[in-house]
Design a protein around this ligand. Structure first.
Ligand SMILES: [Zn+2]
Length: 318
């Protein structure tokens, strides 16, 4: 689950467990064909950016066999080789938006948003579904060449798209948009902020996208200055999290503010508060503050600060 520590680093939900990507094998078409048609191969379908789940208690990801996958698809369907997990090859593929999912899967399986269901999954499953979702989204949005406008095709086991115009021939690679997220403290207080678009009562850490020409630390300092007016010191890397909603990586930092005086950019942040650990406990208990989902790095950053003074875990507050 989220927040495992391995080899001294922090493993956030959706990051890699023990999946081996075998990236060197993507160019070997014969080998990819062999594992694609192996009886052990498992397939992860995506439909409208959602993953397939077996409706059990607890909810489980639904992986399909080759036989079942072939029944769903026309000839020439594109597959993405994700990697091997315990000798099992995993592939992702897209189902057309037009299918009627109930007709194909009955009521025992259904497509759901990974953002809503991620908390119920283990590290391996969460990673596989997030990786599959990110790759299929990239294919979906890169059907045409950005340079010449011709069609692109999937090559290298789904990890490259190539322009079909011989005069262009440009290769397109999967993109990940970098975003920063930062927990800001001042002495024994942590800053929580609220964006107007969030569900009622939800507060979290400051986040924003990296811009070209910036280091990650530059983006942390700029976003916080723009949105809160605060000046930061001691900006330090914490951990990161794949966030395929639709195509980001959240790079987490901690930092200290030089004062508590903030001025909010109301378009981005409508409210902010500096809370001690005890005040946070009280506000969670009286339901005036809700934190983000425990699978998110934002929750992880806040929980990590909270635990430092032996108050237990945030999840224990009832
Ligand atoms: Zn082109």
């Amino acid at each position: 689950m989220s927040g495992n520590r391995t080899s001294g680093s922090i493993k956030n939900m959706f990051s890699t467990g023990t999946l081996h990507r075998f990236s060197e094998s993507r160019l070997d078409e014969e080998h990819i064909h062999t594992i694609l048609t192996a009886p052990t191969a498992r397939f992860i379908p995506l439909w409208k950016n959602q993953n397939l789940f077996a409706i059990t208690d607890p909810l489980q990801p639904a992986f399909l066999s080759k036989e079942e996958t072939d029944r769903l698809l026309n000839e020439g369907a594109e597959f993405v080789f994700l990697g091997m997990l315990e000798e099992i090859p995993y592939f992702a593929f897209a189902l057309p938006d037009t299918i009627v999912t109930e007709e194909l899967f009955g009521d025992s399986r259904a497509f759901k948003d990974l953002r809503e269901t991620g908390a119920l999954l283990g590290q391996e499953e969460g990673n596989l579904l997030a990786y599959a979702r990110a790759m299929i989204h990239w294919h979906h949005t890169h059907q045409y060449c950005g340079r010449c406008g011709n069609k692109t095709i999937s090559i290298e086991a789904g990890h490259v798209r190539q322009c079909t115009n011989p005069a262009c021939d440009l290769k397109h690679f999967p993109r990940t948009d970098s975003a920063i997220i930062v927990r800001i403290t001042y002495q024994d207080r942590c800053l929580l902020v609220r964006q107007p678009i969030w569900p009622e009562g939800m507060y979290a850490t400051v986040a924003g996208f990296l811009e070209p020409g910036e280091s990650l630390e530059d983006a942390v300092a700029r976003e916080v200055k723009e949105e809160t007016g605060l000046t930061l010191t001691n900006i330090k890397y914490h951990s990161s999290q794949p966030w395929p909603f639709p195509a980001s990586i959240m790079v987490g930092f901690t930092a200290e503010a030089t004062s508590m005086e903030y001025t909010l950019d109301q378009r981005e942040i409508e409210k902010a508060c500096w809370l001690t650990r005890q005040e946070l406990i009280e506000k969670i208990k009286d339901k005036s503050i809700k934190l983000p989902r425990p699978v998110s790095i934002s929750y992880r950053l806040i929980d990590d600060w909270f635990r430092k003074k032996n108050k237990g875990k945030l999840s224990q507050i009832k």
